[in-house]
Every structure is written in structure tokens, then in C-alpha cells.
Ligand binder design. Structure first.
Ligand code: NDP
Length: 335
């Protein structure tokens, strides 16, 4: 029974030494509990926040404690009336082989073609894309929607839902391969490489009618290029700021807060942050039905980046913060 614990709080980008692999006996269950074997572990950007003790919307992982994370697991032993050995569930098992649950927060997996999809397109990232875009973004047919981290777990779904809604979709991604994938496979109208030296000019050219919805996953230099292109009454779902997660201080340079606030004021732009489960948890069923339908109809494509072995989770997670993942990053922990 292996587990990966937080060995130290990172300063800047996490390094392998911030994690430690430990071996323990498989825990025993009590009456009313189930023993769960992790099959897939989801790796997600929010985990960087849990490694820090800076104030956030959720408590940090304590140093020495198991890293948190969503998992698809199989019931290995059960003393709980609702669960039988062999059942597949989604739980918050963390970075470890085995976890115990009293049923709280357990979700039975129906007949999913691929169980790991419960951690991506049909799970938290897909739900985040759906709610942030449709509820906060309010996209209308013919409008221009821009999404950053466009080929990742959330961004790829945002762009495809925006296409279903009849929008023009411009992605922003790191590198030529990801941009080609966004256009050729995901059906985006354009995708711009944020690492290009003339990124801002290319983005402006691709958004010749301005931007009506900017789905923010990234922040930093990408947002600087987006801000002047926002149209009056634009909506900005503020989902994530991954370019800042490893930052140890505010960036150098002139204070641009008044530029931001002045733009929001003059153009009556609505920018709204959200935390998916806190704000929209009660609407998961609605999302699941809509997304399942779109997948059946072939309207949503989905790519996973599957890393083999729990021991490789730290390196894969470090890579996620550097854009090394191609699609939703999951770790295959066991067969
Ligand atoms: P992704 O699968 O998109 O992976 C992260 C991607 O972020 C990388 O592949 C990389 O893409 C991009 N990235 C990393 N560093 C930078 C940088 N410095 N500048 C620009 N892009 C960068 O992750 P998710 O889809 O899981 O998450 C996307 C965002 O959504 C994150 O900010 C996350 O925190 C947020 N989120 C928020 C939720 C909420 O409730 N508010 C819930 C779930 C996710 P590329 O190579 O294309 O640059």
C-alpha cells in the first residue's frame, strides 16, 4: 500500500523532493466502511494550491500527509450495505493505493465506457467547463469566445461547447502541436501559440471582431493580450490562473490595476470567479445528462494523457504546471 505524501512546501515550482513515497500496511475496515483500491488518480492544477499554506478556499495538505486527489476506485472489501466488492466508485482517495470510506462523498460509477472519464470529461473538469462557460460566460451564437489552456481538461471542453452553441472559438495553447490539435481535432476556428513572440498581434488578428467571452484559465501575459480586445459587455468567467500558481511574489513592472479597472468600467465587462463544487455542485446531474448526450452524438472529443504508475505522479504533476500534458492528465494506479 503505497502513498505519496507532501514532504515539504514548494517555494516556486514544485520539485520531486517536495513529495515522498511511503509504504504502509493495507488498512482494515470497520463496520459501515469500504476499502477502496485506486485504479485512476486525477492530477489537477488546484493541487498546487493545496501544497501551499497561503489562504485559499480549501485547507492545505499538512506536511507529511497524503496528497489529496480525485480517484476512480474499486471496492475491495465492504462492510457497507450500499457497496459490494467489485463496485466502481468515484471518491477523493488521494495519491495512494488504498483508502477507506464510510460512503460520504462516494459516487457509484454507472456503465461508463472508460471509467477514467469520470475524472475528466464527465467529472470535475468537464463540469467546470460547462458551468463556467454557460452560466457565467452566457455565450450567444455568432459571438467570439476565447479560451486559454485550450487543449487541456477544461479548455478543450469549453471550446467544443462554445462551438455547439454556434460561437466563433479561438483557443490559446502552448506550441504548434497543441494549436494544430485544437483546430483539426477539436474544431476550433483558430488557435494561437502563447509562446510566439508576436502572440498579442496574432491574437488580435484572429479576433477581428473583438472578444465577447474570455474563459480565463491562465492569467499573466495571456490576459494582458486579451484585455484590450474585450468588447463592451464582455463576460470573463474567472476559472483559473495557472501561470501564477508557482509565483512567489507579484510580478515586476508598472501597476496595471487601474488599466484593468478602467477597462472593466468603461466597457461594462463582467468578470466573475467561481469554485465549481461550492457554486454549482447541485447542478452536476444536469451537466452529466447534457455531456453524456453530446458524447453519444459525437459532438465532444476527449483526449487523456495517461501516466502509468503511482510513483510517477509527482513528475507528471510538475509537468502539468509546465504545459507538458496533452489532454486530461490521469495516473493509472492499478488494473
Ligand atoms: P490543463 O489540462 O489545461 O493543464 C494545465 C495547462 O495550463 C498546461 O497544459 C498548459 O497548457 C497551461 N499552462 C501552464 N502554465 C502556463 C503558463 N505559464 N502560461 C500559459 N499556460 C500555462 O488543466 P485543467 O484543464 O485541469 O485546468 C485549467 C484551469 O482551470 C486551471 O487554471 C485550473 O486551476 C482551473 N480549474 C478551476 C476550477 C474551478 O472550480 N474554478 C476547477 C477546475 C480547474 P499550454 O501548454 O497550452 O500552455
Amino acid at each position: 500500500n503505497r502513498s505519496i505524501v507532501l514532504a515539504s512546501r514548494p517555494h516556486g515550482a514544485p520539485v520531486p523532493a517536495d513529495f515522498r513515497l511511503e509504504e504502509h500496511a493495507v488498512p482494515a475496515i470497520a463496520n459501515g466502511e469500504v476499502l477502496l483500491r485506486a485504479l485512476y488518480l486525477s492530477l489537477d492544477p488546484y493541487m498546487r494550491g493545496r501544497m501551499s499554506d497561503a489562504p485559499s478556499y480549501a485547507a492545505p495538505v499538512e506536511v507529511g500527509a497524503v496528497m489529496v486527489g480525485g480517484t476512480v476506485s474499486r471496492v475491495e472489501a465492504s462492510q457497507h450495505g450500499d457497496y459490494a466488492v467489485g463496485d466502481l466508485v468515484v471518491n477523493f482517495g488521494g495519491w495512494q493505493d488504498y483508502s477507506i470510506s464510510d460512503g460520504t462523498g462516494l459516487q457509484k460509477l454507472g456503465a461508463l465506457a472508460s471509467p477514467s472519464h469520470a475524472l475528466g470529461v464527465l467529472g470535475m473538469p468537464g463540469f467546470t467547463a460547462y458551468m463556467g462557460l454557460l452560466e457565467i460566460g452566457q455565450p450567444k451564437a455568432g459571438e467570439t469566445v476565447v479560451v486559454a489552456a485550450a487543449t487541456g481538461a477544461v479548455g478543450a471542453i469549453v471550446g467544443q461547447i462554445a462551438k455547439i452553441k454556434g460561437c466563433r472559438v479561438v483557443g490559446i495553447a502552448g506550441g504548434a502541436d497543441k494549436c494544430a490539435y485544437a483546430v483539426k481535432e477539436l474544431g476550433f476556428d483558430a488557435c494561437i501559440d502563447h509562446r510566439a513572440s508576436d502572440f498579442a498581434e496574432q491574437l488580435a488578428a484572429a479576433c477581428d471582431k473583438g472578444i465577447d467571452v474570455y474563459y480565463e484559465n491562465v492569467g499573466g501575459a495571456v490576459f494582458d493580450a486579451v484585455l484590450p480586445l474585450l468588447n463592451p459587455a464582455a463576460r470573463v468567467p474567472l476559472c483559473g490562473l495557472i501561470s501564477q500558481y508557482n509565483a512567489t511574489s507579484l510580478p515586476d513592472g508598472p501597476d496595471r490595476l487601474s488599466l484593468l479597472m478602467g477597462t472593466l468600467l468603461r466597457k461594462r465587462i463582467r468578470m466573475q470567479g467561481f469554485i465549481i463544487w461550492d457554486d454549482f455542485g447541485h447542478r452536476y446531474g444536469e451537466f452529466f445528462a447534457a455531456m453524456s448526450q453530446w458524447i453519444t452524438e459525437g459532438k465532444i472529443k476527449y483526449r487523456e494523457d495517461v501516466v502509468q504508475g503511482l510513483e510517477n505522479a509527482p513528475q507528471a504533476f510538475i509537468g502539468l504546471l509546465e504545459g507538458k500534458n496533452a489532454g486530461k492528465l490521469v495516473v493509472k494506479v492499478a488494473e
